[in-house]
Design a protein around this ligand. Sequence first.
Ligand SMILES: [Zn+2]
Length: 280
Amino acid sequence: MTTLPDRLLTILRDFARSREGTFVVLSGAGISAESGIPTFRGKEGYWVVGSREYMPEEMATFAMFSRRPDEVWAWYLYRRGVCHGAEPNAGHQAVVKLEELLGDRFLLITQNVDGLHLRAGNSPERTYQIHGNIDFMRCATECGAPIAKLPELPLKPKGEGLTETERAALRCPGCGGLGRPHVLWFDEYYDEEHFRFHSSLRAAVAATVLVVVGTSGATNLPMQVGHAALEAGATIVDINPEPNPFSTLASRADRGFFLQGPSSEYLPLLAEAIAGGGGA
Ligand SMILES: [Zn+2]
């Protein structure tokens, strides 16, 4: 049976009782993999244009969008369909429970663009989607129109090109120009306006407890968040089936824990521990 270390249980109950400090969850692809969503960085993310097969690292770029916006949109609409077909799992539900228990002492920073945290019930105010959300679009020419939710569209089969209906639905609602997926591409940089870069770092520095779930630290900002929390003396909990840079980070913290296993089992235990301490 999956259990938490006694020392961690004590820390979490004390944290809940103290009514001070913040609890930050940093989540990555692993939590959604347990809902059946692939990372799209392997074969499932390949896309054929003409006679050539493109890798996800080529598709998810502003350079590709500039040359072939229709193909990039078709790829994202296909991926969006896969995300819509998945349901939040017990791990996502536990993160919702944590927000309910802790209120404004809680913050979620997620690398996932699948929208499952919001669908599970976390609030948009306390969910920083640092890589964007596949359900949203914004103006490709930055006309100033706000980020908009994509309209409902029929499910897109893999490999199908963009239809006229879709092309029309994906115009910027502000200027009528080209809209683009509201995601961070490989050849783009984090910023505060779209991805809450500075807010995420600030939250990490102020964190009393940082829980890292299902991320391997391959990208820059999550690792900065981890290091900031470590330097600030936070309790660091890494939940992952495999050892990774965050489990190494946790091993360097005075109060660090590596919970090796599925997040759908460990996250509910964290929420129980916080509830046992009295919550907010
Ligand atoms: Zn516009």
